[in-house]
Write a protein that binds this ligand. Structure first.
Ligand code: ADP
Ligand code: MG
Length: 245
């Protein structure tokens, strides 16, 4: 079954066509990878999906409902969760309170304080941050900030989770830890769209990969097919400055 369908999505910033007529569907339960050079429009696509930015044209259908004009909080309550490429914690709140805020405002099922606390602690346990629950974001390492970003998204109990470069800047061992976590989240039934530059992670996690370039879909297929595609090598993989690995 289809959980998400986007049709002819468009968004421009002045003269830049950040997303330019993009269409694709996501099956319930899959991990879809989105790759492409910097500036290809991947983060803008996530902003359009979660409603952070209005789109210029196109339609977004989620769980069979047209959500094109819905506000971000309504989309969140319907089950679209996301992380930000640049981590966005509340700096003045502890790790636990950052997760609790997401649970209270993102997940209407959880309102009683002790339920919220227990639920938030369970999520921190799952991502491996329990020991740091009373720290403030300023005291977290880069991998821990990424885990907090994932924990906050999970607290909203998403059906679809949008992960924007959660492995960027991490060492291979740290990537492995998050890779396992994403696999575990997916096995629990959460559909994932993964924007990622670390090719090993895309290869290991994604059944299907979409390559974006200049806001458009350059090609789509299994990892081996897209990684061997001449156009993809020219636009992305072959260029050393992309940081693709
Ligand atoms: N808020 C914005 N205002 C103006 N231009 C933007 C904004 N967000 C993104 N862009 C531009 O849109 C294009 C796509 O950016 P982005 O979606 O961040 O790409 P990616 O995530 O694939 O690196 C880039 O040319 C970028 O400079
Ligand atoms: Mg980006």
């Amino acid at each position: 079954m289809e959980i998400l369908k986007i049709e002819n999505l468009k968004k421009r910033f002045g003269g830049v066509k950040a997303v330019d007529g993009l269409s694709f569907s996501v099956r319930e339960g899959e991990i879809l990878g989105i790759i492409g050079p910097n500036g290809a429009g991947k983060s803008t696509l996530f902003n359009l999906l979660c409603g952070l930015m209005p789109l210029d044209a196109g339609r977004i259908t989620f769980s069979g409902e047209d959500i094109t004009s819905l506000s971000p909080h309504k989309r969140c309550h319907m089950g679209i969760g996301r992380t930000f490429q640049i981590c966005q914690p509340f700096k003045e709140l502890t790790v636990l309170d950052n997760v609790a805020i997401a649970a209270v405002f993102g997940n209407s099922k959880t309102v009683r304080p002790w339920v919220v606390k227990k639920y938030s602690e369970e999520i921190l346990e799952k991502v491996g941050l329990s020991i740091k629950k009373d720290l403030y974001p300023a005291h977290l390492t880069t991998p821990d900030l990424k885990l907090l970003e994932i924990a906050r998204a999970l607290a909203t109990s998403p059906k679809l989770l949008l992960l924007d470069e959660v492995m960027a800047g991490l060492l291979p061992g740290e990537c492995d830890r998050i890779l396992k976590l994403i696999r575990c989240i997916n096995r629990e039934g959460i559909t994932v769209i993964l924007v990622e530059h670390v090719m090993r992670v895309v290869r290991e996690l994604c059944e299907r990969v979409i390559v974006m370039n200049y806001g458009q879909k350059l090609c789509e297929g299994c990892y081996e097919d897209v990684a061997g595609d001449k156009r993809v090598i020219e636009a992305y993989l072959g260029r050393e400055e992309t940081g693709a690995q």
